[in-house]
Every structure is written in structure tokens, then in C-alpha cells.
Design a protein around this ligand. Structure first.
Ligand SMILES: Nc1ncnc2c1ncn2[C@@H]1O[C@H](COP(=O)(O)OP(=O)(O)OP(=O)(O)O)[C@@H](O)[C@H]1O
Ligand SMILES: [Mg+2]
Length: 115
């Protein structure tokens, strides 16, 4: 099975506190993984690194068939490359229906213009 996401040797510190230390993680296409750990283990920080919200001090994060580095990409470029994310604290648009909220989350063109 080809690797979809490959994280290797990733470390990140916040003001000297090492939140992630030499993390390695791989996932292939059509695979489902659960990342578990106690509060403060670094799960959200890991997601922040994969989605470009936090930059690691060391390591690499490669995506897709072409092993494209996500570390040189902006958050929006990473999302456009196909990496979706659900945030820890659930948020919805309360004035919209459940169906409308789901529609908003779908991957599709975002232009306000009809082309
Ligand atoms: N921006 C930041 N600045 C300073 N410290 C941070 C920052 N983000 C995370 N940390 C610290 O890094 C560690 C890992 O936090 P993280 O939120 O990734 O853990 P988690 O596994 O998602 O925990 P939880 O189960 O509570 O969601 C914690 O000690 C946290 O306080
Ligand atoms: Mg978390």
C-alpha cells in the first residue's frame, strides 16, 4: 500500500518545553488510524503540524503520491492539497441547518462568482 502521509523525526518546543519529541507516523491510503494519549500528550500539536498551523523545529512531513513536503506550504495550500481537519472544539454555524453545515464542509469551489 502506498504511503499517504509520512511524518518522521518531528520535534517541536514551546518556550523550551518539548511538546513533541522525534515523532514518526505513517498512514496509507484507505487506512484509518486513531491517535490516542493523555491530556497534553501532543495530539493536537501533531494535527497542527500536519495542517500547517504550527511549524516543527525538526523533521519532515510528506504528503501524497509525489511525497510533497507540507512544511513549505501554507495552511490553505495544505487544505487545497486534500488534508482536511476537524478541530477539537466543535463549532457550527448555528443559524444554518445541520444539512447546510455539512454542505459548507464539503470540498468544492469557494468562489463567490459562478465560474
Ligand atoms: N501554542 C502553544 N504554546 C505553548 N504550549 C503549547 C502550545 N500548544 C500546545 N502546548 C503544550 O504542548 C503540550 C501538548 O499539547 P496538545 O494540546 O497538543 O495536547 P493534546 O494531546 O491535544 O491534549 P488534549 O487531550 O488535552 O487535547 C501541552 O503541554 C500544551 O500545554
Ligand atoms: Mg488536543
Amino acid at each position: 500500500m502506498s504511503t499517504l502521509l509520512e511524518v518522521s523525526g518531528v520535534s517541536v518546543s514551546f518556550d523550551g518545553f518539548k511538546a513533541i519529541n522525534n515523532l514518526t507516523f505513517q498512514i496509507g491510503e484507505a487506512e484509518m488510524r486513531a491517535v490516542i494519549g493523555p491530556n497534553g500528550a501532543g495530539k493536537t500539536t501533531f494535527m497542527d503540524i500536519v495542517t500547517g498551523k504550527t511549524r516543527p523545529d525538526e523533521g519532515r512531513v510528506l504528503w501524497g503520491e509525489k511525497s510533497q513536503s507540507l512544511l513549505s506550504m501554507s495552511e490553505s495550500q495544505i487544505a487545497q492539497a486534500g488534508v482536511g481537519r476537524k478541530f477539537q472544539r466543535p463549532t457550527v454555524f448555528e443559524d444554518q441547518t445541520v444539512a447546510e453545515n455539512l454542505m459548507l464542509a464539503l470540498k468544492k469551489k469557494r468562489s463567490p462568482l459562478p465560474f
